[in-house]
Design a protein around this ligand. Structure first.
Ligand code: ADP
Ligand code: ZN
Length: 431
């Protein structure tokens, strides 16, 4: 199977646009009629459901933010009575108080199907063993890929996170072929597999990794270590979960499931909609969901959209990898720094993706320290050799960031691992 929904994934632009417009009109009416909180936002913006007749009218609608979700917590944005709702999930709380999202069975089905498209695009099918070690529970990673794998008809291994040795044992015994987890956990698993000396016995062919930002360098590193092809997958709880967009064989960005989620790029400062190809904050409108129909939801995730023809045959628009979250941008001595920039430098310089960024304020000045693990090969270096390496890294980081950090190279496996999203930044300025 090449596509899960070929008629949608490869639809002509006209067909897709007509479908989107029809669904958008319906979704706006649904939200306006059933969500008083949203109706009030539309009133404030002086827009009525009748004003939204085509896709071009989308910018007339107000934005929704995570702040709105927090204000309306828990039920204020729910569009159906609770008796129609079958599931609640919650965000990981990476950037503050967790928010919740609601699903009817129809919403779960469309989410599962979005993940099924991702699994098929990564080369999955009925004969695959899909090893899911995203966390299960309130976090959407586990349930999303689990549901997708069921729709595809693959054998699903609901491992959840944790217990790395058991993960590897099951991977060997049950011959897992597709691995689903965060990229940082995939990197950790890869190291453990190599260390256990079982690299030649694993049957993995692909990985579907998401839920946190990762660089191209990290992708190549995981691919080389595991001998697989690594695919990016993106999503957020508020919009449904993983599978909002997914990568195909071309590995140059993620196709957005546009029949369910309309995407716009805006300037996060001015809120102006930017033309295709511009870098900015991605905003989603859910046009198929029943229980939690967020429209123009500001994700704070920074990326670029492109409608360039894709060699996989899909016509769905693509978003680039996430270049940062506007809310994880660090302002250090007045300079904007994204953790992803630091990761890129470390991997380019031959270090593993095991690092931590420590921020503090000493005598009213911000200090930045980057701790990174040395590789096994560097372990035999002399103290002088390590000092020289640290100096080299300071220079490379300074060239990328425009500010000079302190660098400390630490022993292999000494930085705490996370089984879910990696904790990269410890900002003591806020503590
Ligand atoms: P939280 O915002 O608390 O982490 P979620 O668990 O819903 O909540 O995670 C969604 C967020 O995770 C997204 O908004 C995005 O910042 C990040 N994310 C998800 N998938 C990816 C990906 N493939 N690349 C980069 N970031 C991602
Ligand atoms: Zn493609």
């Amino acid at each position: 199977m090449k596509y899960y929904h070929p008629d949608i994934e490869c639809a002509s632009p006209e067909t897709l646009k007509a479908l989107q417009a029809e669904k958008l009109v319906r979704a706006v009416r649904h939200a306006y009629d059933r969500v008083p909180y949203y109706r009030e936002l539309m009133r404030q913006k002086k827009v009525e459901p009748g004003d939204i007749r085509s896709l071009e009218d989308l910018p007339k609608l107000p934005f929704l933010t995570k702040e709105d979700l927090r204000k309306a917590y828990p039920y204020g944005l729910l569009a159906l009575p609770l008796s129609d709702v079958v599931r609640i999930q919650s965000t990981s709380g990476t950037t503050g108080t967790r928010v919740v999202a609601f699903y009817t069975q129809h919403d779960i089905d469309l989410w599962d199907e979005s993940c099924a498209r991702a699994i098929i695009a990564a080369g999955g099918g009925k004969d695959d063993v899909v090893h899911v070690c995203y966390g299960y529970g309130l976090f959407t990673g586990g349930p999303g890929l689990n549901g997708g794998s069921h729709k595809v008809g693959s054998l699903t291994l609901p491992m959840s996170s944790g217990n790395t040795e058991r993960q590897i044992q099951f991977m060997l015994d049950l011959e897992s072929t597709i691995l689903c987890c965060t990229p940082s956990y995939a990197a950790y698993l890869a190291e453990a597999i190599i260390q256990m000396g079982v690299r030649d016995r694993i049957k993995l062919k692909a990985g579907i990794f998401g839920a946190e930002a990762w660089s191209e360098e990290m992708r190549r590193d995981i691919e080389d270590k595991l001998g697989i092809k690594a695919y990016d997958i993106y999503g957020l709880t508020e919009i449904s979960g993983p599978g909002v967009s997914f990568e195909c064989s071309e590995q140059t960005g993620m196709h957005i499931n546009e029949d369910h989620f309309l995407a716009e790029i805006i300037d996060p400062e001015t809120e102006e909609v930017l033309p295709e190809g511009s870098k900015g904050e991605i905003v989603f409108s859910c046009i198929s969901k029943e229980a939690f129909p967020l429209l123009r939801y500001r994700t704070r995730d920074i990326c670029v959209l492109s409608r360039e023809k894709c060699s996989c045959g899909r016509t769905l628009i693509k978003m680039s990898r996430i270049l940062g979250r506007s809310d994880d941008m660090l302002i250090i001595r007045g300079v904007n720094v994204f953790p992803s920039q630091i990761e890129t430098v470390l991997l380019r310089c031959g270090y593993p993706a095991n690092y931590q960024i420590l921020l503090d304020r000493v005598r009213h000045t911000d200090s930045l320290e980057v701790q990174v693990e040395m590789t096994q090969e560097m372990f035999s270096d002399t103290v002088k050799g390590i000092a020289a390496r640290e100096k080299e890294l300071v220079a490379s980081l300074r060239a990328m960031l425009g500010i000079s950090p302190k660098v400390t190279i630490v022993a292999p496996r000494s930085i705490a691992r996370s089984e879910g999203k990696a904790v990269r930044v410890i900002d003591k300025r806020k503590l």
